[in-house]
Structures are given as structure tokens and as C-alpha cells.
Write a protein that binds this ligand. Structure first.
Ligand SMILES: Nc1ncnc2c1ncn2[C@@H]1O[C@H](COP(=O)(O)OP(=O)(O)OP(=O)(O)O)[C@@H](O)[C@H]1O
Ligand SMILES: [Mg+2]
Length: 339
């Protein structure tokens, strides 16, 4: 099998916030890539830096106080961090689109769904007539499974359900025929059935249009259902990366293990769910050692002294944990055996 081409490479990305407490790197040396047409999941608890990572790719980090302080974001080999605001707007209009958690914040309550879609279309296709744009808007609405598109086009955002609004947002994002779609918690605000429908729609669109997707979520269940590969983030760093199947069958980082143990298993309705003790540390507060050490069940001496690198434990499976440094595995096994 030949692997498809890389579309996005995030290399050593560091995005910091300049605050009264100092310069805080909320995203710290993050590396990952996306291939053409694949769905990559980025998962992690609240505050891990998922949104800051996606805003960095889109060139939308609020500045001040935020700024990309290191690294590269290569989109088809072109470094987006070097582009001017005008060039970045062009990328956002043509190559990369983003959808957010709460569609109400991105839709204008004063304009009809049709007007907003038509505006998005004509922004992209400047020489199109309004009639052409309207026809395209209806086509896009049907593509994302919105019912009675011809009538819906005259309605206002508040007249639609949450799931329908999210479908409108997806239609808007796809208007420019992007090569990459970043969906930041697109289903969190929706109830479970609607969430499943939206995820199914994203998978169908990905297959049909071959749009690569970065799906950001705090829910590993969503990742299992939708993605091929996943990047696990913890406190601004990538702690594990691999194929979804590998990560679920053989999670390596204690954080990933904890996340998996916290996914409800539908077979056991009354089970008590595991939850990882403690909270994600505030960015910048762990000065030395692994950021997960304070919550880790497998912590040992070195973890609080040195920052673990990412170890590639098998092809494409990477883990930022000293347990996978071969020497340390031996030492740790010995400790376990004698205690
Ligand atoms: N405007 C800002 N000013 C200062 N710090 C910020 C700002 N925006 C984000 N941060 C910090 O960056 C860190 C990462 O935030 P981010 O929003 O990326 O988390 P997240 O993983 O998307 O969480 P969630 O699951 O809650 O959406 C947080 O600790 C947050 O405090
Ligand atoms: Mg977020």
C-alpha cells in the first residue's frame, strides 16, 4: 500500500501567551502530521492545548496575548507561520476551513441561513451571480443532509435545531472546497444521537470529497468511531500518537491508558467509571520532568527530573514516557519484581 501525501506537517510548534505571570507556552514543541484524505483525531482533557493548536494552524491565535513563538506549520510544504495576514486569509478561504463547537457563535442571528451561505459562496466565487450562488447553497445544504433546503434557506439560525445549525456550519466550511477541515469539538454541544449523525456525516464527506480532517475532541469514544489515527495531547505536549486501533489495543502512555479506562463501555450500564486523579497542570507550572508525573500511577525517579522525549515504540506509534526507554523498562521491571 502506498501512503498518501502529507498535507500538513506541524513541527516543533510552540504557541505562547504573554501574561502577567510571564510567557506561558500553552502548546509546547508539538509535532504531528496529516495525510491527504485522512481523519486525524486530537484528543486530551480540557486545557491541553487542542484549540490553541488548531487556532495556530488557522493563524487565528488571539494576539496579543498569544503568539507562535517557535516551530513551523507546513501546509503542502509552505510554512504558514511565515505568511502575512492577507496570505493567511487566502489560505483560510481556499485551503483550510474550521468549524467550532458552538455554531451559534459563528452564525449571524440577524441573517437568514441562505444569506450567510450565499455570502460565503460569493466571497469564494467572485464572478458568480446570486442565482448561481443560491443554487450552490441549496446543493451544499442537501450535501450535508439538511431537509427541505429550499425553505430552510429563508430561515434564521434560531429557528434551527443545534444539529441543523452544525450542518449549516459544515456546509459553510465546505463551500470553498478545502483540502483540510479542522473540526474543534464539533459535536460536544449536541445530544448523543445528533452527535452520532454529525460524525457519520463527517466520515461520509471525508470519503466523498476526500477532504482531510483534524477532529478535535476530549472524547476517545468519538475518536474510536471516526478517526484512523490519533494524537493524544497532555498539558501542551503530544504524549502519544498512533493508529486508533493500535492505541486502543495497546495504549502505552499512562495518560492514554487512563483516558481509555474512562470511556464508558455500553455493555456495562451500572459500572463505575474510572477517572484519572487530579487535574491538568496549568501551562508553565511544571518546570522539570514529565507533565503527567503528579497524576501518574507508574511514576518513578527519573520522571520528575527529566522531560521524556517521544519514543517510537513501533512504526508510527510514539510515546512520551520513560517506561519505553529500554534501559528504564529493565530497571522498572526489576523494581516491580523485587517489591
Ligand atoms: N487568550 C488566552 N490567554 C491566555 N491563555 C490562554 C488563552 N487561550 C488559551 N490559553 C491557555 O492555553 C491553554 C490551552 O487552552 P486550549 O483552549 O487550547 O485547551 P483545549 O485543549 O482546547 O481545552 P478544551 O477541551 O476546554 O477546549 C489553557 O491552559 C489556556 O489557559
Ligand atoms: Mg478547546
Amino acid at each position: 500500500m502506498t501512503e498518501s501525501k502529507l498535507i500538513l506537517e506541524v513541527k516543533n510548534l510552540q504557541t505562547s501567551f504573554f501574561t502577567d505571570d510571564g510567557v506561558i507556552p500553552s502548546v509546547d514543541n508539538v509535532d504531528f502530521h496529516v495525510r491527504e484524505g485522512e481523519i486525524l483525531g486530537i484528543v486530551g482533557e480540557s486545557g491541553c492545548g487542542k484549540s490553541v493548536t488548531s487556532l495556530s494552524i488557522m493563524g487565528l491565535v488571539p494576539s496579543p496575548p498569544g503568539k507562535i513563538t517557535n516551530g513551523q506549520i507546513l501546509f503542502r510544504g509552505k510554512d504558514l507561520t511565515k505568511l502575512s495576514e492577507r496570505e493567511m486569509r487566502n489560505v483560510r478561504g481556499n485551503d483550510i476551513a474550521m468549524i467550532f463547537q458552538e455554531p451559534m457563535t459563528s452564525l449571524n442571528p440577524l441573517f437568514t441561513i441562505g444569506n450567510q451561505l450565499i455570502e460565503a459562496i460569493t466571497l469564494h466565487k467572485k464572478d458568480w451571480s446570486r442565482k448561481q450562488a443560491k443554487a450552490r447553497a441549496i446543493e451544499m445544504m442537501k450535501l450535508v443532509g439538511l431537509p427541505r433546503a429550499e425553505e430552510l434557506i429563508k430561515e434564521y439560525p434560531h429557528q434551527l435545531s443545534g444539529g441543523m445549525r452544525q450542518r449549516v456550519m459544515i456546509a459553510m466550511a465546505l463551500v470553498c472546497d478545502p483540502q483540510l477541515l479542522i473540526a474543534d469539538e464539533p459535536t460536544t454541544a449536541l445530544d448523543v444521537t445528533i452527535q452520532a449523525q454529525i460524525l457519520k456525516l463527517m466520515r461520509e464527506l471525508n470519503e466523498r470529497l476526500n477532504t482531510a480532517v483534524i477532529l478535535i475532541t476530549h472524547d476517545l469514544g468519538v475518536v474510536a468511531e471516526t478517526c484512523e489515527r490519533v494524537v493524544v495531547m497532555y498539558a501542551g505536549k503530544v504524549v502519544e500518537e498512533g493508529l486508533v486501533e493500535t492505541i486502543f489495543n495497546n495504549p502505552q502512555h499512562p495518560y492514554t491508558k487512563g483516558l481509555i479506562a474512562s470511556v464508558p463501555d455500553m455493555r456495562y450500564k451500572k459500572q463505575r467509571l474510572y477517572s484519572i486523579q487530579g487535574n491538568v497542570p496549568k501551562p508553565g507550572t511544571v518546570k522539570e520532568g514529565c507533565r503527567f508525573a503528579a497524576r501518574c500511577e507508574s511514576v518513578f525517579g527519573r520522571c520528575t527530573e527529566e522531560n521524556p522525549p517521544l519514543y517510537e515504540t513501533s512504526e508510527g506509534h510514539k510515546t512520551r514516557c520513560f517506561l519505553y526507554d529500554e534501559k528504564e523498562i529493565l530497571v522498572n521491571d526489576k523494581t516491580a519484581a523485587t517489591s
